[in-house]
Design a binder for this molecule. Structure first.
Ligand SMILES: [Zn+2]
Length: 185
């Protein structure tokens, strides 16, 4: 969704500045999230220790991504967590007629995610932005031509902003018509 699995992981907490919404409340949520992510191995199991390290990696990635968006030096604690995870074992890959198949345990998954974080955060050409919907706080990678993308995802934020703008216009119109009829009465 954000264009990078590391940023997708960081986006599993939304509304970070107001009332944070946690999408990974229990290890099973993390297992499901990994299974849904195209760039990661299909099936992993998460015990509570692995789950905690995934959440700690997620928060470190979020801090570093904010640093990058705000163009300030990286948080040293965040760097340590991400770099340690990136040094871990990698998922195995296998080619067949069905395409690429990736396998590995959660540690390998976290290592893979940390490596995508390093790749995107080190790339001076990567355009990282915070979602334009007030309160969303997700960070995404803008790969659109001319860097015109405004929202983390059309389904979740773009359409909500557009629908709200439409309702606001309808309200303004209704108010204007209401005032008009009062004026002529
Ligand atoms: Zn958003």
């Amino acid at each position: 969704m954000s264009g990078n699995p590391a940023l997708d992981l960081a986006g599993t907490v939304t509304s970070r500045r107001d009332e944070p919404i946690e999408l990974l409340a229990v290890p099973a949520d993390l297992e499901r999230w990994v299974a849904e992510c195209d760039e990661l191995p299909d099936r992993v199991t998460a015990d509570s220790a692995a789950f905690e390290s995934a959440l700690s990696l997620r928060e470190a990635i979020y801090r570093l991504a904010c640093d990058r968006v705000l163009d300030r030096p990286f948080d040293p604690g965040g760097l340590e967590i991400v770099n340690n995870a990136a040094a871990g074992p990698m998922p195995a890959i296998e080619l067949s007629d069905a395409g690429l198949r990736m396998s590995g345990d959660l540690r390998a998954v976290l290592s893979q995610i940390a490596r995508s974080a390093v790749a995107v955060l080190a790339d001076p050409g990567a355009r990282l932005k915070e979602c334009g919907r007030t309160g969303c706080t997700r960070i995404y990678l803008d790969r659109s031509r001319g860097a015109r993308r405004t929202w983390c995802g059309m389904d979740e934020c773009g359409n909500r902003v557009k629908a709200a703008a439409y309702r606001a216009r309808r309200r303004a119109l209704a108010t204007a018509e209401g005032n008009g009829s009062e004026g002529t009465a």
